[in-house]
Design a protein around this ligand. Sequence first.
Ligand SMILES: Nc1nc2c(ncn2[C@@H]2O[C@H](COP(=O)(O)OP(=O)(O)O)[C@@H](O)[C@H]2O)c(=O)[nH]1
Ligand SMILES: [Mg+2]
Length: 377
Amino acid sequence: MTKPLQLAVVLPTLNERKNLAALVERLDQALTGISWEAIFVDDNSPDGTADEARALSLGDPRIRCLQRIGRRGLASAAIEGMCSTAAPVVAVMDADHQHDPNLLPGMLAAIESGEYDLSYASRFADGASTEAWGRPDRVKASGLANKLARKVTGVTLTDPMSGYFMMRAETLRKDAHRLSGVGFKILLDILATVDAPLRIKEFPLNFAARAEGESKLDQTVVFEFLVGLYDKWLGRFIPTRFALFGTVGALGVVVQFGALWLILNLLLGERFIYGHWSNNTTFNIANTLAAVIAMTFNFVLNNELTYSDKRLRGFAPLLRGWAKFAMTCSLGLLTNVGSAAALKAMGFHDVIAVLVGIVLGSVWNFALSSKFVWGRY
Ligand SMILES: Nc1nc2c(ncn2[C@@H]2O[C@H](COP(=O)(O)OP(=O)(O)O)[C@@H](O)[C@H]2O)c(=O)[nH]1
Ligand SMILES: [Mg+2]
């Protein structure tokens, strides 16, 4: 009988094809004498990362591939990978060679000894270094993020934002349903969620430069971090997605007012006197147009941010999505413009009329669009 499986290394990937073969080789060398498997969790990367993982798997069944369709996200990829193995201990690691696999045996020994529940590699512990990373801007950003994260969650680790850690699979599975799975700070999420006090061992990491390809977190790192913090802090009062949708909607309010003002003043030459535009008909037509513009703006921003994990891509899907968004929102739009028109006719201030219309409309928009536009999966 072969040695029972000890460790699963979960490797979330997005366009990492060229990094896989060399990484598997390094894992194989680092983990001699240990019974392990590696699980690439790929979000259907256009560069064929999943195909490469399957090709490697044909020659080495310890390599597995979980290909996710229509979904995105580092945290949820890590969670699903960790839940897809029978191994008693699971590790999460970047697939771009920034995390040194030689730390794995020590991290595993710490957990198998029974003295620790979680091992993790810190970029900021004594003896660690980030010089080889070659990204002083990101070092600084990570330092700041860590400080903020420690304040908000009360976690005392030197690097709660680390993406390289290992723990008992059972501990993870017990609380997996309570993890937020939003953003990239999966370790922080686990630390803030798991009730049992975790005994944690820290390993200083020499954080390397990425081997091939590009960082996916460069552009979204600040946004995702804020979303993650919000989720842990206030997410249970107002769900994160609804808060995002609302924030985008609030920006849409600005856009609608801006568009309305532009159309009336510049295009139609209407005068805005003492808080009123003169003519009801032109106002209603212009406000309808402004609402359509704001809706398009909201669609684009929601697609980029609120539903970044289910983002529609390409001309046809975007157009179809916009059409569906327009349809599901048309009820909201009718409510929006209709109630504004009614209120204005009743003599309410124009600004009040527009605002009430927006609030009533956006309730419809969220309820329907989360189901019909981005809810395919
Ligand atoms: N499955 C999946 N993997 C991701 C996603 N975003 C990033 N990754 C992977 O997560 C790891 C860390 O991402 P990276 O872009 O290197 O972030 P950085 O090291 O902070 O610059 C890499 O292996 C990426 O391929 C995602 O949305 N889904
Ligand atoms: Mg990286």
